[in-house]
Design a protein around this ligand. Structure first.
Ligand code: F3S
Length: 108
């Protein structure tokens, strides 16, 4: 399965959702996740993300490992809703796209 990782936090470009044939992205306040049981491993979304946030769970780094579980738990959080239409990115996306260590900013 594919997972959304840290680069998405505070950016949320949402280009990814427009190409997903399964509509398996879920949206929170400042991050998106992929439902691991719905993702069919097509990989089309990977190239759509301007910040390279989407990676295969086979390729996550040790720092990205936490996102594998986060994609599952947050996609099953009732407060997170399915998203299939693109929307404007978050207001300060240009700044946050250059930042790392954003996990503490993740709003659930
Ligand atoms: Fe996030 Fe990239 Fe999609 S920033 S919302 S994973 S296009």
């Amino acid at each position: 399965t594919y997972v959304v990782t840290e680069a998405c936090i505070q950016c949320k470009y949402t280009d990814c959702v427009t190409v997903c044939p399964m509509d398996c992205f879920f949206e929170g306040p400042n991050f998106l996740v992929i439902h691991p049981d719905e993702c069919i491993d097509c990989s089309i979304c990977v190239a759509e993300c301007p910040v390279g946030a989407i990676v295969s769970d086979q390729d996550v780094t040790s720092e990205q490992q936490v996102y594998v579980e986060l994609n599952r738990t947050l996609s099953e959080n009732p407060a997170w809703t399915r998203i299939s239409q693109q929307k404007a990115p978050l207001p300060d996306h240009e700044y946050w796209a250059t930042q790392t260590d954003k996990l503490a900013l993740l709003q659930k």
